[in-house]
Design a protein around this ligand. Sequence first.
Ligand code: GAL
Length: 470
Amino acid sequence: MKFANDFLFGAATASYQVEGAWDQDGKGPTNWDEFSKIPGKTFQGTNGDVAVDHYNRYKEDVKLMAEMGLESYRFSISWARILPNGRGEINQKGIDFYNNLIDECLKYGIVPFVTLYHWDLPLALEKEGAWLNKNTVDAYVEYAKICFNAFGDRVKNFITFNETVVFASLGYLSGAHPPGIQNNPKKYFQVTHNVFYAHAKTIIEYKKLNQYGEIGLSHVFAPAFAVDDSEENNFAAMHANQFNMNWFYDPILKGKYPEYVVQQLEKTGLLPDWTADELLLIEQAAPLNDFMGLNYYQPMRVEKMEGAVEHVITLDNSTGRPGNPSFDQVYKTVKMDDKKYTKWDWEISPEGFVAGLEMLKDNYGQIKLYITENGLGDEDPIIEGEVCDIARINFINDHLKAVKEAISRGVHIKGYYAWSAIDLLSWLNGYKKQYGFIYVDHQKGLERKKKASFHWFKNIIATRGENLEG
Ligand code: GAL
Protein backbone atom coordinates (compact mmCIF):
# COMPACT_ATOMS: atom_id res chain seq x y z
CA MET A 1 0.00 0.00 0.00
CA LYS A 2 1.14 3.52 -0.82
CA PHE A 3 0.25 6.62 1.19
CA ALA A 4 -2.38 8.71 -0.60
CA ASN A 5 -1.17 11.55 -2.80
CA ASP A 6 -2.59 14.16 -0.46
CA PHE A 7 -0.87 12.67 2.61
CA LEU A 8 1.92 15.07 3.61
CA PHE A 9 5.41 13.85 4.38
CA GLY A 10 7.12 16.51 6.44
CA ALA A 11 9.54 17.34 9.21
CA ALA A 12 9.39 19.79 12.10
CA THR A 13 11.43 22.26 14.15
CA ALA A 14 10.70 24.95 16.75
CA SER A 15 11.95 28.55 16.75
CA TYR A 16 13.94 28.46 20.00
CA GLN A 17 15.60 25.19 19.07
CA VAL A 18 16.85 26.20 15.61
CA GLU A 19 16.82 29.92 14.97
CA GLY A 20 19.47 31.39 17.24
CA ALA A 21 19.81 35.14 16.49
CA TRP A 22 18.25 35.64 19.88
CA ASP A 23 18.60 39.43 19.85
CA GLN A 24 19.01 40.07 16.14
CA ASP A 25 16.86 42.50 14.15
CA GLY A 26 14.81 43.73 17.07
CA LYS A 27 13.70 40.44 18.59
CA GLY A 28 12.70 40.78 22.25
CA PRO A 29 13.96 38.44 24.98
CA THR A 30 11.90 35.38 25.93
CA ASN A 31 11.35 33.22 29.02
CA TRP A 32 13.83 30.71 27.56
CA ASP A 33 16.50 33.32 26.88
CA GLU A 34 16.40 34.04 30.58
CA PHE A 35 15.79 30.56 32.04
CA SER A 36 18.49 28.76 30.04
CA LYS A 37 21.09 31.16 31.44
CA ILE A 38 20.37 30.34 35.07
CA PRO A 39 23.27 28.08 36.15
CA GLY A 40 22.39 24.40 36.37
CA LYS A 41 19.17 24.54 34.36
CA THR A 42 20.46 23.02 31.11
CA PHE A 43 23.14 20.47 30.14
CA GLN A 44 26.52 22.25 30.15
CA GLY A 45 24.72 25.59 30.20
CA THR A 46 23.63 25.31 26.56
CA ASN A 47 21.15 27.88 25.30
CA GLY A 48 19.46 29.07 22.12
CA ASP A 49 21.52 32.23 21.54
CA VAL A 50 22.94 30.72 18.36
CA ALA A 51 21.26 27.30 18.22
CA VAL A 52 21.87 26.12 14.63
CA ASP A 53 21.54 29.64 13.24
CA HIS A 54 18.52 28.78 11.09
CA TYR A 55 17.56 32.47 11.21
CA ASN A 56 20.56 33.32 9.03
CA ARG A 57 20.78 30.03 7.14
CA TYR A 58 17.15 29.27 6.37
CA LYS A 59 17.78 29.38 2.60
CA GLU A 60 20.40 26.68 2.79
CA ASP A 61 18.20 24.62 5.14
CA VAL A 62 15.05 24.87 3.05
CA LYS A 63 17.06 23.97 -0.04
CA LEU A 64 18.23 20.80 1.69
CA MET A 65 14.66 20.01 2.72
CA ALA A 66 13.58 20.41 -0.89
CA GLU A 67 16.36 18.11 -2.01
CA MET A 68 15.08 15.53 0.47
CA GLY A 69 11.67 15.82 -1.16
CA LEU A 70 9.91 17.14 1.95
CA GLU A 71 6.35 18.08 1.11
CA SER A 72 5.81 20.17 4.20
CA TYR A 73 7.88 21.98 6.83
CA ARG A 74 6.44 22.52 10.29
CA PHE A 75 8.16 25.40 12.08
CA SER A 76 7.14 27.78 14.83
CA ILE A 77 7.01 31.54 15.00
CA SER A 78 8.83 33.29 17.80
CA TRP A 79 6.25 35.65 19.29
CA ALA A 80 9.02 37.99 20.53
CA ARG A 81 10.31 38.50 16.98
CA ILE A 82 6.93 39.85 15.96
CA LEU A 83 6.09 41.63 19.22
CA PRO A 84 9.28 42.20 21.23
CA ASN A 85 7.27 43.08 24.35
CA GLY A 86 4.53 40.51 23.80
CA ARG A 87 2.02 43.15 22.75
CA GLY A 88 2.03 46.63 21.29
CA GLU A 89 4.46 47.66 18.61
CA ILE A 90 5.14 45.26 15.75
CA ASN A 91 8.74 44.53 14.73
CA GLN A 92 8.62 44.61 10.93
CA LYS A 93 11.91 42.72 10.63
CA GLY A 94 10.33 39.79 12.44
CA ILE A 95 7.43 39.77 9.99
CA ASP A 96 9.93 39.98 7.12
CA PHE A 97 11.86 36.96 8.36
CA TYR A 98 8.80 34.70 8.44
CA ASN A 99 7.57 36.06 5.11
CA ASN A 100 10.93 35.14 3.62
CA LEU A 101 10.89 31.70 5.21
CA ILE A 102 7.36 31.01 3.98
CA ASP A 103 8.19 32.22 0.47
CA GLU A 104 11.33 30.12 0.41
CA CYS A 105 9.25 27.02 1.25
CA LEU A 106 6.66 27.87 -1.40
CA LYS A 107 9.38 28.38 -4.00
CA TYR A 108 10.02 24.62 -3.74
CA GLY A 109 6.39 23.63 -3.30
CA ILE A 110 6.89 22.89 0.41
CA VAL A 111 3.72 23.44 2.45
CA PRO A 112 4.45 25.66 5.48
CA PHE A 113 2.74 24.27 8.60
CA VAL A 114 2.99 26.97 11.23
CA THR A 115 2.97 26.61 15.02
CA LEU A 116 2.16 29.90 16.75
CA TYR A 117 3.41 28.90 20.17
CA HIS A 118 6.20 26.43 20.82
CA TRP A 119 7.08 27.56 24.36
CA ASP A 120 9.13 30.72 23.80
CA LEU A 121 7.07 33.40 25.52
CA PRO A 122 8.06 37.07 25.39
CA LEU A 123 9.83 37.80 28.68
CA ALA A 124 7.60 40.79 29.42
CA LEU A 125 4.60 38.43 29.58
CA GLU A 126 6.50 35.85 31.62
CA LYS A 127 7.13 38.60 34.18
CA GLU A 128 3.39 39.29 34.35
CA GLY A 129 2.68 35.68 35.32
CA ALA A 130 2.82 33.98 31.92
CA TRP A 131 -0.13 31.63 31.32
CA LEU A 132 -1.43 32.06 34.84
CA ASN A 133 -2.42 35.57 33.94
CA LYS A 134 -5.54 35.84 31.78
CA ASN A 135 -4.11 38.97 30.15
CA THR A 136 -1.67 36.64 28.42
CA VAL A 137 -4.67 35.05 26.72
CA ASP A 138 -5.69 38.40 25.24
CA ALA A 139 -2.13 39.21 24.22
CA TYR A 140 -1.89 35.82 22.51
CA VAL A 141 -5.10 36.30 20.54
CA GLU A 142 -3.83 39.67 19.31
CA TYR A 143 -0.50 38.13 18.34
CA ALA A 144 -2.25 35.29 16.52
CA LYS A 145 -4.40 37.77 14.57
CA ILE A 146 -1.27 39.65 13.49
CA CYS A 147 0.15 36.35 12.19
CA PHE A 148 -3.07 35.43 10.36
CA ASN A 149 -3.15 38.84 8.68
CA ALA A 150 0.52 38.78 7.77
CA PHE A 151 0.92 35.15 6.68
CA GLY A 152 -2.56 33.68 6.22
CA ASP A 153 -2.66 34.39 2.48
CA ARG A 154 0.03 31.73 2.03
CA VAL A 155 -0.12 29.66 5.20
CA LYS A 156 -3.14 27.37 5.23
CA ASN A 157 -2.28 25.26 8.26
CA PHE A 158 -1.96 26.79 11.70
CA ILE A 159 -1.25 25.10 15.03
CA THR A 160 -2.16 27.29 17.99
CA PHE A 161 -0.16 25.57 20.76
CA ASN A 162 2.46 22.87 21.00
CA GLU A 163 2.16 20.35 23.85
CA THR A 164 0.33 22.19 26.61
CA VAL A 165 0.92 19.28 28.96
CA VAL A 166 4.69 19.72 28.68
CA PHE A 167 5.06 23.44 29.28
CA ALA A 168 2.40 23.35 32.01
CA SER A 169 3.77 20.31 33.86
CA LEU A 170 7.45 21.09 33.44
CA GLY A 171 6.74 24.68 34.34
CA TYR A 172 4.62 24.06 37.47
CA LEU A 173 5.03 20.43 38.60
CA SER A 174 8.62 19.32 37.96
CA GLY A 175 10.07 22.81 37.58
CA ALA A 176 12.40 21.77 34.76
CA HIS A 177 11.12 24.43 32.33
CA PRO A 178 10.29 28.09 32.97
CA PRO A 179 9.13 29.42 35.34
CA GLY A 180 10.72 26.52 37.24
CA ILE A 181 7.99 26.08 39.87
CA GLN A 182 7.68 22.69 41.57
CA ASN A 183 4.71 20.76 42.93
CA ASN A 184 2.03 23.30 42.25
CA PRO A 185 -0.92 21.39 40.72
CA LYS A 186 -3.27 24.31 41.32
CA LYS A 187 -1.20 26.46 38.96
CA TYR A 188 -0.69 23.58 36.56
CA PHE A 189 -4.43 23.10 36.00
CA GLN A 190 -5.00 26.84 35.78
CA VAL A 191 -2.41 27.13 33.01
CA THR A 192 -4.01 24.30 31.03
CA HIS A 193 -7.42 25.94 31.21
CA ASN A 194 -6.11 29.37 30.23
CA VAL A 195 -4.38 27.84 27.21
CA PHE A 196 -7.52 25.97 26.08
CA TYR A 197 -9.45 29.20 26.45
CA ALA A 198 -6.84 31.02 24.35
CA HIS A 199 -7.05 28.27 21.73
CA ALA A 200 -10.84 28.57 21.59
CA LYS A 201 -10.79 32.36 21.25
CA THR A 202 -8.12 32.16 18.57
CA ILE A 203 -9.86 29.68 16.32
CA ILE A 204 -13.07 31.71 16.52
CA GLU A 205 -11.09 34.78 15.40
CA TYR A 206 -9.37 32.79 12.65
CA LYS A 207 -12.67 31.61 11.19
CA LYS A 208 -13.98 35.18 11.10
CA LEU A 209 -11.19 36.07 8.65
CA ASN A 210 -12.41 33.60 6.00
CA GLN A 211 -8.93 32.60 5.00
CA TYR A 212 -10.08 29.09 4.06
CA GLY A 213 -7.23 27.41 5.83
CA GLU A 214 -7.22 24.94 8.68
CA ILE A 215 -6.47 25.41 12.33
CA GLY A 216 -5.91 22.99 15.19
CA LEU A 217 -3.37 22.31 17.90
CA SER A 218 -0.74 19.74 18.75
CA HIS A 219 -0.91 17.63 21.86
CA VAL A 220 1.41 15.05 23.30
CA PHE A 221 0.00 11.67 22.45
CA ALA A 222 1.09 9.25 25.18
CA PRO A 223 -1.62 6.64 25.65
CA ALA A 224 -1.34 4.84 29.00
CA PHE A 225 -1.39 1.06 29.27
CA ALA A 226 -1.45 -1.01 32.46
CA VAL A 227 1.68 -3.08 33.08
CA ASP A 228 -0.50 -6.16 33.57
CA ASP A 229 -4.11 -7.22 33.60
CA SER A 230 -4.79 -6.68 37.28
CA GLU A 231 -7.76 -4.61 38.29
CA GLU A 232 -5.69 -2.06 40.19
CA ASN A 233 -3.29 -1.44 37.33
CA ASN A 234 -6.15 -1.17 34.85
CA PHE A 235 -7.60 1.44 37.15
CA ALA A 236 -4.23 3.23 37.16
CA ALA A 237 -4.22 3.29 33.33
CA MET A 238 -7.78 4.60 33.20
CA HIS A 239 -6.88 7.33 35.68
CA ALA A 240 -3.74 8.25 33.74
CA ASN A 241 -5.68 8.47 30.47
CA GLN A 242 -8.37 10.63 32.08
CA PHE A 243 -5.79 13.10 33.38
CA ASN A 244 -3.36 13.09 30.44
CA MET A 245 -5.60 12.36 27.48
CA ASN A 246 -9.19 13.36 28.26
CA TRP A 247 -8.30 16.50 30.20
CA PHE A 248 -6.39 17.73 27.13
CA TYR A 249 -8.41 16.34 24.22
CA ASP A 250 -11.99 16.69 25.51
CA PRO A 251 -12.09 20.49 25.78
CA ILE A 252 -10.70 20.83 22.26
CA LEU A 253 -12.69 18.11 20.52
CA LYS A 254 -15.82 17.82 22.65
CA GLY A 255 -15.90 21.33 24.08
CA LYS A 256 -16.22 20.02 27.66
CA TYR A 257 -13.87 18.94 30.42
CA PRO A 258 -14.08 15.26 31.44
CA GLU A 259 -16.46 14.66 34.36
CA TYR A 260 -14.12 12.19 36.08
CA VAL A 261 -11.28 14.70 36.33
CA VAL A 262 -13.55 17.63 37.19
CA GLN A 263 -14.96 15.69 40.14
CA GLN A 264 -11.52 14.85 41.49
CA LEU A 265 -10.31 18.42 41.13
CA GLU A 266 -13.42 19.70 42.89
CA LYS A 267 -12.74 17.40 45.82
CA THR A 268 -9.11 18.41 46.11
CA GLY A 269 -9.66 22.13 45.54
CA LEU A 270 -7.65 22.13 42.31
CA LEU A 271 -10.37 23.16 39.90
CA PRO A 272 -9.15 26.07 37.76
CA ASP A 273 -10.68 29.44 38.24
CA TRP A 274 -12.97 29.63 35.21
CA THR A 275 -16.10 31.54 34.27
CA ALA A 276 -19.31 30.32 32.65
CA ASP A 277 -18.48 32.50 29.64
CA GLU A 278 -15.09 30.89 29.20
CA LEU A 279 -16.62 27.42 29.37
CA LEU A 280 -19.27 28.43 26.84
CA LEU A 281 -16.65 29.75 24.45
CA ILE A 282 -14.68 26.51 24.69
CA GLU A 283 -17.89 24.65 23.83
CA GLN A 284 -18.66 26.93 20.88
CA ALA A 285 -15.14 26.64 19.49
CA ALA A 286 -14.91 22.84 19.52
CA PRO A 287 -16.73 22.25 16.19
CA LEU A 288 -14.47 24.84 14.51
CA ASN A 289 -11.32 22.88 15.26
CA ASP A 290 -10.16 21.44 11.93
CA PHE A 291 -7.63 18.86 13.01
CA MET A 292 -5.65 17.52 15.92
CA GLY A 293 -1.86 17.27 15.78
CA LEU A 294 -0.34 14.35 17.67
CA ASN A 295 3.23 14.31 18.93
CA TYR A 296 3.98 10.67 19.57
CA TYR A 297 7.23 9.46 21.06
CA GLN A 298 6.18 6.74 23.47
CA PRO A 299 3.27 5.28 25.40
CA MET A 300 3.10 5.24 29.21
CA ARG A 301 3.28 1.95 31.12
CA VAL A 302 1.60 2.52 34.42
CA GLU A 303 1.20 0.82 37.75
CA LYS A 304 -0.92 1.70 40.76
CA MET A 305 1.16 3.26 43.49
CA GLU A 306 1.53 1.66 46.88
CA GLY A 307 2.99 4.43 49.03
CA ALA A 308 4.32 7.89 48.36
CA VAL A 309 7.25 8.05 45.96
CA GLU A 310 9.56 10.97 45.51
CA HIS A 311 9.58 12.77 42.18
CA VAL A 312 13.14 12.61 40.90
CA ILE A 313 14.03 15.66 38.88
CA THR A 314 17.22 15.55 36.89
CA LEU A 315 18.05 17.26 33.62
CA ASP A 316 17.68 14.16 31.53
CA ASN A 317 14.66 12.50 33.10
CA SER A 318 12.35 15.44 33.31
CA THR A 319 10.87 14.79 29.92
CA GLY A 320 9.70 11.26 29.57
CA ARG A 321 11.97 8.87 31.42
CA PRO A 322 9.81 6.35 33.31
CA GLY A 323 9.94 6.10 37.08
CA ASN A 324 8.03 9.13 38.27
CA PRO A 325 4.78 9.27 40.23
CA SER A 326 1.72 11.16 39.03
CA PHE A 327 1.19 14.49 40.80
CA ASP A 328 -1.64 12.93 42.84
CA GLN A 329 0.40 9.80 43.70
CA VAL A 330 -2.24 7.50 42.17
CA TYR A 331 0.07 5.79 39.68
CA LYS A 332 3.64 5.79 38.50
CA THR A 333 5.23 5.16 35.14
CA VAL A 334 7.54 2.15 34.95
CA LYS A 335 10.27 0.76 32.76
CA MET A 336 9.47 -2.83 31.70
CA ASP A 337 11.96 -5.62 31.08
CA ASP A 338 10.31 -6.84 27.90
CA LYS A 339 10.24 -3.45 26.15
CA LYS A 340 12.84 -1.66 24.06
CA TYR A 341 14.16 1.78 25.05
CA THR A 342 16.23 4.60 23.59
CA LYS A 343 19.42 5.85 25.26
CA TRP A 344 17.23 8.31 27.17
CA ASP A 345 14.96 5.47 28.32
CA TRP A 346 12.04 6.46 26.14
CA GLU A 347 10.16 3.33 25.09
CA ILE A 348 10.20 2.42 21.39
CA SER A 349 6.71 1.17 20.64
CA PRO A 350 5.09 1.35 17.21
CA GLU A 351 2.52 -1.17 18.56
CA GLY A 352 1.59 1.25 21.33
CA PHE A 353 1.11 3.90 18.64
CA VAL A 354 -1.44 1.79 16.71
CA ALA A 355 -3.27 0.75 19.89
CA GLY A 356 -3.36 4.36 21.09
CA LEU A 357 -4.70 5.61 17.76
CA GLU A 358 -7.50 3.08 17.96
CA MET A 359 -8.26 4.26 21.48
CA LEU A 360 -8.42 7.81 20.17
CA LYS A 361 -10.80 6.82 17.38
CA ASP A 362 -13.06 5.05 19.87
CA ASN A 363 -13.17 8.16 22.07
CA TYR A 364 -13.41 10.93 19.49
CA GLY A 365 -14.51 9.37 16.20
CA GLN A 366 -12.80 9.87 12.86
CA ILE A 367 -11.33 13.30 13.46
CA LYS A 368 -8.66 14.55 11.07
CA LEU A 369 -5.19 13.92 12.46
CA TYR A 370 -1.66 14.92 11.62
CA ILE A 371 1.29 13.26 13.29
CA THR A 372 3.06 16.56 13.99
CA GLU A 373 6.08 14.99 15.73
CA ASN A 374 7.65 11.54 15.92
CA GLY A 375 11.30 10.61 15.97
CA LEU A 376 14.31 9.12 17.71
CA GLY A 377 16.66 11.02 20.00
CA ASP A 378 20.08 9.42 19.72
CA GLU A 379 23.81 10.04 19.69
CA ASP A 380 24.42 9.23 16.04
CA PRO A 381 27.47 7.15 15.11
CA ILE A 382 29.92 8.73 12.66
CA ILE A 383 31.74 6.11 10.59
CA GLU A 384 34.46 7.28 8.20
CA GLY A 385 33.01 10.75 8.19
CA GLU A 386 29.43 9.63 7.41
CA VAL A 387 26.56 9.95 9.88
CA CYS A 388 25.14 6.43 9.99
CA ASP A 389 21.86 6.90 11.84
CA ILE A 390 20.50 3.45 11.09
CA ALA A 391 18.61 3.34 14.40
CA ARG A 392 16.67 6.44 13.29
CA ILE A 393 15.85 4.86 9.93
CA ASN A 394 14.49 1.78 11.70
CA PHE A 395 12.52 3.89 14.14
CA ILE A 396 10.83 6.02 11.48
CA ASN A 397 10.28 3.01 9.24
CA ASP A 398 8.43 1.17 12.00
CA HIS A 399 6.36 4.18 13.01
CA LEU A 400 5.37 4.96 9.43
CA LYS A 401 4.26 1.34 9.15
CA ALA A 402 2.19 1.89 12.29
CA VAL A 403 0.60 4.94 10.64
CA LYS A 404 -0.24 2.82 7.58
CA GLU A 405 -1.75 0.15 9.80
CA ALA A 406 -3.86 2.69 11.66
CA ILE A 407 -5.07 4.21 8.38
CA SER A 408 -6.12 0.76 7.20
CA ARG A 409 -8.12 0.42 10.44
CA GLY A 410 -10.01 3.61 9.67
CA VAL A 411 -7.98 6.23 11.57
CA HIS A 412 -8.02 9.48 9.57
CA ILE A 413 -4.35 10.55 9.33
CA LYS A 414 -3.39 13.20 6.76
CA GLY A 415 0.33 13.64 7.31
CA TYR A 416 3.47 12.67 9.17
CA TYR A 417 6.13 15.10 10.43
CA ALA A 418 9.36 13.64 11.65
CA TRP A 419 10.99 15.39 14.57
CA SER A 420 13.25 16.92 13.46
CA ALA A 421 14.18 18.27 10.05
CA ILE A 422 17.69 19.13 11.19
CA ASP A 423 19.73 18.53 14.36
CA LEU A 424 18.82 21.22 16.84
CA LEU A 425 19.07 22.34 20.43
CA SER A 426 17.35 20.04 22.88
CA TRP A 427 15.57 22.14 25.55
CA LEU A 428 17.61 20.61 28.34
CA ASN A 429 20.07 18.19 26.72
CA GLY A 430 22.12 20.52 24.55
CA TYR A 431 23.25 19.12 21.21
CA LYS A 432 24.02 15.66 22.52
CA LYS A 433 20.56 14.31 21.76
CA GLN A 434 20.09 14.35 17.99
CA TYR A 435 16.87 13.92 16.01
CA GLY A 436 17.53 15.31 12.53
CA PHE A 437 17.98 14.10 8.95
CA ILE A 438 20.65 16.78 8.62
CA TYR A 439 23.70 16.85 10.87
CA VAL A 440 25.13 20.16 12.09
CA ASP A 441 28.85 20.21 12.80
CA HIS A 442 29.44 22.50 15.79
CA GLN A 443 33.20 22.05 15.36
CA LYS A 444 33.09 23.30 11.79
CA GLY A 445 31.13 26.52 11.95
CA LEU A 446 27.70 24.82 11.93
CA GLU A 447 28.31 23.14 8.59
CA ARG A 448 25.34 21.03 7.39
CA LYS A 449 25.76 17.42 6.32
CA LYS A 450 23.23 14.86 5.07
CA LYS A 451 22.80 11.78 7.24
CA ALA A 452 22.00 8.26 6.01
CA SER A 453 18.39 8.90 7.06
CA PHE A 454 18.25 11.89 4.68
CA HIS A 455 18.73 9.63 1.67
CA TRP A 456 16.45 6.96 3.09
CA PHE A 457 13.57 9.39 3.79
CA LYS A 458 13.93 10.90 0.32
CA ASN A 459 13.32 7.46 -1.16
CA ILE A 460 10.36 6.75 1.14
CA ILE A 461 8.71 10.01 0.09
CA ALA A 462 9.42 9.46 -3.61
CA THR A 463 7.79 6.01 -3.45
CA ARG A 464 5.01 7.15 -1.09
CA GLY A 465 5.99 4.66 1.55
CA GLU A 466 5.57 1.61 -0.64
CA ASN A 467 9.02 0.31 0.24
CA LEU A 468 8.84 0.37 4.02
CA GLU A 469 10.75 -2.60 5.43
CA GLY A 470 9.35 -5.51 7.38
C1 GAL B 1 8.72 17.43 22.20
C2 GAL B 1 8.86 18.90 21.82
C3 GAL B 1 9.99 19.18 20.89
C4 GAL B 1 11.20 18.31 21.09
C5 GAL B 1 10.79 16.87 21.25
C6 GAL B 1 11.93 15.88 21.40
O1 GAL B 1 8.15 17.32 23.44
O2 GAL B 1 7.69 19.38 21.22
O3 GAL B 1 10.26 20.55 20.96
O4 GAL B 1 12.00 18.77 22.12
O5 GAL B 1 9.91 16.74 22.33
O6 GAL B 1 12.52 15.87 22.65
